[in-house]
Write a protein that binds this ligand. Structure first.
Ligand SMILES: [Zn+2]
Length: 269
């Protein structure tokens, strides 16, 4: 989680402690559950939108495999270049199976992703577009959020591909077209970007800079320091998810958790 306020470069060195809240992808629960809370406390936040979410063609494979692993005791399938045979009989094994599947799928060639996954999902009773309609924001909802001065809409690519798997041209297009299309929908400049799956290389940070984004966020876990002003395209964040307990969140908010994780070294770039 993280977030960026207008003029943050100017104010950052002057403030001691701050928190910025961001949400990746463009899920409907950002509007239904998070937005009312942030509005109540008059707190700004950022939503990085993947265009395929409101366009309704996103493949939410991470939710499909999560549901699949939870509902099955064993998962096996032969993809074109690899296969999986995962024991999912216990909770711990389900965690391991999910990680294995996630690792496998993030290595797939993005152009073949739908072909690779369709047969796999069908075998276990899922469709390629399952979870999409009910879980993702529509453009009307994105625009509704964008109208509120508390909300910043950022970009998160067209298709949520692992950018490192793409050609130079594809990677550039995923980043630049997502910005252009969101701006055309919400009628407002998009200045901030988040790398899908936290995957990026020097090439991607160069694209983001050349496309005139002001900042880009990663999934590196670390605190933000004033010296990040010189490295605005690889900003770390602190993930909050369903497994984050209240105790852990307290340690995240006071900065101790990331400090311990990084052995008290400042992760700047
Ligand atoms: Zn994402």
């Amino acid at each position: 989680m993280k977030c960026f306020l207008p003029g943050w470069k100017r104010i950052l060195p002057q403030i001691r402690k701050f928190v910025i809240f961001t949400f990746d992808d463009g899920y409907k629960d950002n509007l239904l559950y998070a937005y009312p809370v942030f509005r109540k406390y008059n707190t700004p936040f950022t939503v990085y939108v993947t265009n395929s979410f409101p366009e309704k063609y996103a493949i939410l494979w991470w939710y499909i495999i999560e549901d699949m692993v939870l509902k099955n005791n064993n998962i096996s399938y032969s993809f074109s270049d690899c296969s999986i045979n995962a024991d999912c009989a216990t909770y711990i094994k389900k965690e391991t199976a999910f990680s294995s599947l996630r690792g496998l799928i993030t290595k797939f060639n993005e152009e073949n992703l739908e072909n690779e996954l369709t047969g796999f999902f069908n075998k276990y009773g899922y469709g390629i577009s399952d979870f999409n309609k009910e879980m993702t924001l529509t453009w009307e909802e994105v625009t509704q959020l964008a109208r509120d001065p508390l909300v910043t809409i950022g970009a998160h690519t067209l298709n949520h591909y692992n950018l490192c798997n793409l050609t130079d041209e594809q990677s550039f297009r995923e980043i630049s077209e997502s910005k252009r299309l969101i701006e055309s929908k919400i009628n407002c400049e998009v200045k901030h970007f988040s790398y899908p799956l936290g995957m990026y290389r020097t090439r991607e940070t160069g694209h983001v800079k050349n496309i005139n984004f002001m900042t880009a966020t990663t999934t590196k876990t670390a605190n933000i320091f004033s010296s990040h002003i010189d490295y605005p395209f690889t900003l770390p964040r602190i993930s909050v998810n369903a497994l984050t307990t209240e105790k852990v969140m307290t340690l995240q908010v006071n900065g101790f958790f990331p400090a311990i994780l990084n052995r008290f070294h400042r992760v700047i770039h």
